[in-house]
Design a protein around this ligand. Structure first.
Ligand code: SF4
Length: 326
């Protein structure tokens, strides 16, 4: 049984074949790192863990694209790709800088979709219009605007030094959706709070917040502790304890059952970069994690929307099972 509405199935249904993401580093920074808002960053953020490293080696966007594309063409015979501007906040800075980066995407062979990660407070009408126009100018089938929300609770957002509130996310999501962009919300489970950490109740509040907005996709992340972060200091002093695997599976299952079945799931867990993980151990084993989620959903008979619009069973559009990672 296909239990969730995965990105891989969404894309395969639309294009008839797999669409592979290619990470591109355009050299953007983050207002929460460069001093615009703060120099501390979000408490969990490891700036060293962001990016592919190809930009530091002097590769242009086109050269980064060719590097990854050649691998995928040779190894897997793929032909369709999503340009993924992932590192930091890719709409931070002047609109002209964003326009220049979008121009660099023009003519990339196999370019089919764009995914661009950013913060809701790094968007204005001019930048959103640029992104909306890029669909036609670059011949893109879909533009995924990946927006960090993390939590719908403003006290948590302040505690993690996020630098924006939940209303900023809601405003950006509405403005983006009005322009035909597909908003993908990033949500984190187990964030630190003044009293300890968020749990199931707070995560379900965040899912309800997302369900009420024009959001087309979600990335779920379990909070893990990266070396060199403020969260690492809190962990080492006993002030923060990350969720156990059993807790995360339960929270994820309850969230998935309440998530609108039309929303596409892009990710079910965080994925630490090599060498950055301090705790918990289980967060670093992706195969074990994926198997644990599959087994838990089977055992508990969980599917997306079971308690929210898909009570009679997983809708047809969740399939076919394609075996790709979301
Ligand atoms: S917004 Fe993103 S890049 Fe910036 S500090 Fe937070 S997690 Fe790091």
């Amino acid at each position: 049984m296909v239990r969730i509405h995965r990105l891989s199935a969404h894309l395969r249904r639309r294009f008839g074949e797999r669409v592979q993401k290619i990470p591109l580093d355009a050299g953007f920074s983050c207002p929460n790192r460069d001093g615009t808002l703060s120099r501390e960053g979000c408490v969990f953020c490891n700036p060293a863990g962001s990016g592919s490293g190809l930009l530091e080696r002097g590769l242009s966007i086109r050269e980064q694209w060719d590097f990854w594309r050649d691998i995928h063409v040779e190894k897997h015979h793929l032909s369709l790709f999503t340009a993924y501007l992932q590192s930091y906040s890719n709409t931070h800075g002047p609109a002209a800088r964003l326009a220049q980066v979008l121009d660099e995407l023009r003519g990339l062979p196999g370019l089919t979709c764009l995914a661009i990660g950013t913060r809701p407070d790094c968007l204005d009408a001019e930048k959103l219009d640029l992104l909306a126009r890029s669909r036609e100018r670059l011949g893109l089938a879909e533009v995924f605007l990946e927006l960090g929300l993390q939590s719908a609770n403003d006290a948590t957002l302040a505690h993690i030094n996020r630098g924006h509130d939940a209303a900023a996310f809601a405003g950006a999501a509405r403005a983006a959706a009005e322009r035909g962009l597909t908003v993908v919300a990033h949500v984190m489970a187990g964030l630190p709070t003044r009293d300890g950490r968020e749990g199931l109740a707070e995560l379900l509040d965040t899912v309800a917040f997302v369900n009420a907005l024009p959001v087309g996709g979600v990335k779920f992340h379990n909070v893990y502790v990266c070396r060199g972060t403020r969260l690492a200091r809190w962990y080492e002093s006993g002030r923060y304890v990350p969720p156990t695997l059993a807790e995360y599976l339960r929270w994820l299952g309850e969230s998935i059952m309440r998530l609108d079945p039309r929303v596409v799931i892009h990710r079910l867990n965080g994925n630490p970069a090599s060498g950055e993980l301090l705790a918990p151990d289980w967060a670093g084993n992706m195969r074990r994690m994926h198997n644990a989620v599959r087994d838990y959903f089977e055992a508990e008979d969980i599917w997306q929307g079971k308690l929210n619009g898909a009570e009679s069973g997983p809708p047809d559009w969740f399939g076919p099972e394609v075996g790709d990672k979301a």
